[in-house]
Design a protein around this ligand. Structure first.
Ligand code: RB5
Length: 144
């Protein structure tokens, strides 16, 4: 499974750790940058990952900034993207089961690498719940 990942400067260190964690887990990782912790603007990287996922080049996207909030706001501007800002493994599971989230946005400043690894495990292995959730997700997509 191919995963696109990116960050800004505030998420750079954890992006590096999480990209390696995904590679070690057997995922194909497209690291869309940045290549250093020099100051950058998070919407540029959110858009790159969101477009990869929306185009079907990657199954899921992972974005890391200071809080994950800006990345989620920006990624959700791209048609077909359902980005969830997640700070616990339980929310990661629910974002997949209930919302069919296809991008997870993470906090590099307020959530530990261990918890972010648990979040990724839950996010990448939990299927969409279908059933009553399907019509709600269809209504989300219809807003685009
Ligand atoms: C950068 O200082 C910070 O604003 C950014 O990483 C992110 O937290 C925005 O939502």
């Amino acid at each position: 499974m191919r995963i696109s990942i990116a960050s800004d400067h505030a998420g750079f260190e954890q992006k590096q750790l999480l990209a390696q964690y995904l590679r070690d887990g057997g995922y194909e990782v497209a690291d869309l940058g940045p290549d250093s912790d020099d100051r950058v603007d998070y919407p540029d990287f959110a858009e790159a990952v969101a477009r990869d996922v929306a185009a079907g080049a990657s199954r899921f996207g992972v974005l890391v900034c200071g809080t994950g909030i800006g990345m989620a706001i920006a990624a959700n501007k791209v048609r077909g993207i359902r980005a969830a800002n997640v700070v616990s493994a339980e929310f990661a599971t629910l974002s997949r089961e209930h919302n069919d989230a296809n991008v997870v946005t993470l906090s590099g400043r307020f959530v530990s690498p261990d918890e972010n690894r648990r979040i990724l495990d839950a996010f990448l292995t939990t299927p969409f719940g279908e059933g009553r959730h399907a019509e709600r997700v269809r209504k989300i997509d219809a807003i685009d």
